[in-house]
Each structure stands twice: as C-alpha cells, then as structure tokens.
Design a protein around this ligand. Structure first.
Ligand SMILES: [Fe+2]
Ligand SMILES: [Fe+2]
Length: 134
C-alpha cells in the first residue's frame, strides 16, 4: 500500500496552504488504507466522502485567494482543480458501481502520484510563491 507523508519538500511557502495539504494527504491516506485493506463499503465511502469534502474546501480557499490577489494563472490553476474534481468523482462513481476492486485501488494510487502530489509540486508551488511575495 502506498501512502505518503508530508515533508518540507512539499511546502509551498504559505502556512495555511501547507496545513491544508497535510490534512488533504491524511485524508487521502485514509482512503488508500480503507481500499487496500478492503474494508467495508460504508467505511470506504465515508473516507472517500471526507476526501471529496476536504478537496472542495481546500480548492475553495485557493480559488478565493487567487481571486482576491488577481493571480495571473487563475484560469489554468482552476482547470487543474476541475480535472481533479472530475477524477475524484469518477473514483467515487466506480466505487459505487463496483465496490473496492483491484482496479479501484490502482486508480486511487494513481490519483496520489498523478494528481495530488503533482498538483502540489507543480501548480500550487507557483501559487505559493506568488502569494508569499504579496
Ligand atoms: Fe491548487
Ligand atoms: Fe493545494
């Protein structure tokens, strides 16, 4: 099972964003644990629900900060958020239809590498640098 621990290499230089990324990662890890241990459907959907809710809360904060500061890359950043929202929705949908399959475990793991971590490192880093310079 692949989980991740937040460390300084993931810091975007803005305390509030870092704090939220830590919670985001924790919630992701709970999903990963529940799926890979094939816990009951109720528990898996609960962890997925927490992840989806927190993703929304976190994206809401970043999108509000981008609007307040007239961040120049706001559209591209929001597009990336929307892709993550769609990817997560797809995972939730697949789980509802087919349960905790091997494929779902793989998709959740891919979500970690391709979306969550990549987004923090590539997209949020730029936003963090911009906000820190404000
Ligand atoms: Fe972001
Ligand atoms: Fe973020």
């Amino acid at each position: 099972m692949q989980t991740i621990v937040w460390d300084e290499s993931l810091s975007v230089g803005v305390a509030k964003m870092d704090a939220q990324h830590q919670i985001w990662i924790e919630r992701f890890n709970k999903v990963m644990e529940a799926v890979s241990e094939r816990r009951g459907a109720t528990e898996i959907s609960k962890t997925l629900g927490f992840l989806v809710d927190y993703t929304e809360e976190h994206f809401g904060l970043e999108e509000a900060r981008m609007a307040e500061t007239a961040y120049p890359d706001v559209d591209a950043h929001k597009d990336r958020h929307n892709e993550i929202r769609l990817t997560l929705d797809g995972i939730v949908e697949d789980f509802r239809e087919d349960g905790p399959t091997e494929e779902l475990a793989g998709d959740v793991e891919t979500f970690l590498g391709n979306w969550l971590i990549k987004h923090i490192r590539e997209v949020d880093m730029k936003l963090g640098a911009f906000l820190a310079a404000q």
